[in-house]
Write a protein that binds this ligand. Structure first.
Ligand SMILES: C[S@@+](CC[C@H](N)C(=O)[O-])C[C@H]1O[C@@H](n2cnc3c(N)ncnc32)[C@H](O)[C@@H]1O
Length: 455
């Protein structure tokens, strides 16, 4: 079956090594995409050796655009959609699969970082394209750019145009316009040929000039989450726009901070998350747990409704001991298997709501068994009445709204009731946010999780 392809461009060309401050930063991009592709069943195909060897006449950027289809055909790759990606782009480990968002249109992102540069570049190529009035408001970047077989013809004619005019293009590019390589001519060609371009996907998929947007920092005033903004809000990070001598340094520093996420033996890469199993928590929920409870190594936690042990296994990283309670024996068996590599987890097969079940007293309780209002209220009350003021974690907090505007009797209404009664207090929201789609296609309407304290 044909698969989607990341057509990754990373030619370490000695001729330009100095201009780009060496090439080490490219390896980080490559590792990130190789990981993401494997996780999302996408083919990673690298253009790491030039196809045309005369790099003065055939810059790598030109080759990536005009030879993509030929090269995939030559390599015998049965492709579906193709995404052009520059070797300066690092993908976040848990970026959603953007191939599912294209509506099978040519999908690209607006280039608005330097409107003057774009304007001058468009002006510079106008005469070559017979005075065509290019609409700058539709000018897009050539990485990422997603397209499919329907666009083969337009890319092949673009190739023909280049081969028939190589010397003219090189002259414009190197001596006259000096604003970019293939990007502006490609924009002209797509608009001249009336190609419909989808440009409404989030800018998170093309986060450029991170330092100019001050996104290497975090909200230090809140003193709760030191995660830099670019990691929180971006999916594809372009490591460019720095002085060339800083590029390697900054990229390698970033990589050092995040590289564990791309390691298959890292705990969050060994378990399931909400995107594939609706019953568990999201990757983000578990990341937040690891961060919030990083200093709880001497504490204990009780998880009511441990399901298949996915979040339980994360708790075992943070706490001295973990107790998981589950009434479904099949789930319990899977949980035991999932946590078989650690020795601080105990599972109890029990119905949390039977009178015979007594809550073990712990420092933290994850309330996640019954999901109706009364069950959650009961769980909270028992925790409160134990007298040791445990920290409470809630999952599935996203409020259910019906079409008539009424709000369902969910976990969230029970929590809000207890907050309004002054019995518990919100510490912070955790996990995925509104808009996140889980494994069964259900979309969150609000924060996935909450951490509360008993007052
Ligand atoms: C949403 S899942 C919990 C997800 C899990 N905490 C995680 O993060 O992966 C709810 C679990 O609670 C269990 N459950 C429901 N009612 C229960 C009860 N009365 N006693 C014990 N477990 C129960 C279900 O079998 C299910 O596995």
């Amino acid at each position: 079956m044909s698969k989607n392809v990341i057509w990754w461009i990373g030619v370490k060309n000695d001729m330009y090594a100095d201009k780009y401050g060496g090439w080490d930063w490219m390896d980080c991009s490559r590792k990130s995409w190789e990981f993401w592709c494997k996780k999302n069943d996408v083919l990673f195909i690298a253009l790491d050796e030039p196809i045309e060897t005369d790099l003065k006449r055939f810059r790598v950027n030109w080759q990536k655009a005009i030879l993509a289809f030929d090269e995939l055909d030559k390599r015998g790759i049965d492709y579906d959609q193709i995404c052009l990606i520059d070797g300066a782009a690092i993908v976040k480990w848990d970026m959603p699969n953007f191939f599912n968002l294209t509506d099978r249109k040519l999908t690209a992102w607006r280039d608005m970082d330097n409107m003057r540069w774009v304007h001058d570049s468009i002006k510079g190529y106008k005469e070559f394209f017979n005075g065509f009035e290019l609409d700058q408001s539709k000018y897009v970047n050539s990485s990422p750019m997603i397209f499919n077989k329907d666009h083969k013809e337009v890319f092949q004619s673009f190739k023909k145009l280049y081969y028939e005019n190589v010397d003219k293009f090189v002259e414009l590019q190197d001596k006259i316009v000096r604003r970019g390589t293939e990007q502006t001519p490609l924009n002209y060609w797509l608009q001249i040929n009336n190609v419909e371009i989808k440009t409404d996907l989030s800018l998170s998929y093309k986060l450029t000039h991170i330092h100019r947007k001050q996104m290497f920092g975090h909200n230090w005033q809140l003193q709760e989450d030191p995660t830099p903004f670019f990691i929180k809000y971006g999916y594809i990070w372009y490591m460019q726009g720095f002085p060339k001598e800083d590029r390697n340094k900054v990229t390698l520093q970033v990589w050092d901070m995040i590289k564990h996420n791309y390691d298959e033996s890292y705990i969050l890469n060994k378990i399931d998350h909400k995107d594939s199993d609706k019953d568990t928590t999201s990757n983000k929920f578990k990341e937040d747990i690891l961060l919030f409870f990083k200093d709880y190594k001497e504490k204990t936690i009780l998880e009511l409704g441990s399901n298949k042990g996915n979040t339980t296994r994360v708790y075992s990283e943070c706490f001295k001991s973990v107790i998981g309670v589950e009434h479904n024996p099949d789930n319990l068996d899977i949980s035991k298997q999932r946590c078989s590599d650690v020795s601080n987890v105990e599972f109890i097969l029990a119905d949390v709501y039977s009178d015979s079940f007594k809550f073990p007293k712990t420092d933290v309780v994850h309330i996640d068994a019954g999901h109706n209002h009364d069950q959650v209220c009961r769980d909270i009350d028992i925790c409160i009445n134990q007298g040791n003021k445990p920290i409470l974690i809630f999952d599935d907090c996203s409020t259910k709204r019906y079409t008539d505007g009424t709000i369902g009797n969910t976990i969230r209404t029970a929590i809000d009731e207890k907050i309004n009664e002054g019995k518990i207090q919100l510490i912070k929201y955790i996990g995925a946010n509104a808009g996140y789609e889980s494994g069964n296609g259900k979309v969150l309407t609000g924060a996935e999780g909450m951490i509360c304290r008993v007052i």
